[in-house]
Design a protein. Sequence first.
Length: 441
Amino acid sequence: MSDTPKKLHIKTYGCQMNVYDSERMAEAMGTKGYVLTDDPAEADMVLLNTCHIREKAAEKVYSDLGRLRPFKEAKPDLKIGVAGCVAQAEGEEIMRRMPLVDLVVGSQNYHRLPEMVAATDRGEKPVDTEFPTEDKFDLLPERPLSARPTAFLTVQEGCDKFCAFCVVPYTRGAEISRPVSRILTEAQKLVSKGVREITLLGQNVNGYHGEGPDGDWGLGKLVRALARIDGLERIRYTTSHPNDMTEDLIAAHGEEPKLMPYLHLPVQSGSDRILKLMNRKHTAEEYIRLVERIRAARPDMMMSSDFIAGFPGESDEDHRASLDLIREIGYGMAFSFKYSSRPGTPAAGREGVPSDVADARLQEIQALITEQQRATQQAMVGRDVGVLFEKPGRLEGQWVGKSDYLHAVHVKAEGLAPGALRRVRITAAGPNSLAGELLAD
Ligand code: 5AD
Ligand code: SF4
């Protein structure tokens, strides 16, 4: 074996959970002597951490695999692995369609990645997408020094909601929450390494029900315990379902200053008829009242959401109900997607909306959201906000950080360091970021 470390290139698709998983896979491979590279051309192993949520994301994996063919031809011992939700959903099928793939590892099995790579050295082509009985988090190596002041921490995985359009309950499986003590220990370690902001991750994170020292804990109680960690300054969580916003969690937003005033709470549609067809189990009115209660607890709460345009059966009237809901809530930001039929989901067999109609509706939703986003950014001008600085900006003497409301903020300042949390007066709003001046401590 040569002394030069082997190089691993990871491409991450999809959500923040995949970003977290990619980091943990890099750490697991680090124990086997692999270091990360941004350049697939110099890699000894390429790992695609995939997303199955919409057809486009899933198909992109196959075209990207095709693009790796010349690399494999140039370097026949290059290992190619597929991880994440496409791996989970399609397993062996990936090997059949793309014989250049050496291993396929599902989202719950990546603690086994190093031994699977060893198996490829013996000429095997392992596929592991079973839901295991052991907990991967118990078996992964400890997280190494973080260079960043922000970190993700997975507290919950899977989803039991079965929205009619969504593959997550099938790819990520049933809801499982990590025990409280493990989460607190991981958070404490992150903080001891310089992390000042933690985003708690889960496909249905506010459905968190973890084993605590005195019985079952919900997310509100977990947040309050995390807030007691000295040196941890900010807590966020994503993604939530409206029906799991408990009174205790809402109250925590009012009582816990470390819990940031930004909440991603997808509603998907503003039409009760469509919400029912989507199996969302709440009405538009219930969502609006819920946001009112959240804003009563935390008046400056910035709301964010996901919307789907062109769900099967959606009429013009249903679409207008979505636009009405967006106007009623006033989002600081939001994401919208054209409906994509996913194999195996309840909505897959239903007759869809014509593609051009769905496109037009999507554009209308996006235009309205962009307008609200711009207005929200403009309204920040003149306000004082907390900013957690992350790194120097592109311009001389410039620093970049995130505001309490998750806006990117630029300032010109001396003597800042990653992890500095300062008050900033916002002086200007651009399309993608805000500019400001440091206020005296
Ligand atoms: N088609 C379009 N968008 C979808 N999403 C989930 N499944 C689909 C689908 N089949 C969107 C939802 C979800 C976000 C992560 O992706 O809005 O909240
Ligand atoms: Fe998918 Fe979210 Fe619905 Fe769960 S709650 S099925 S993850 S859209």
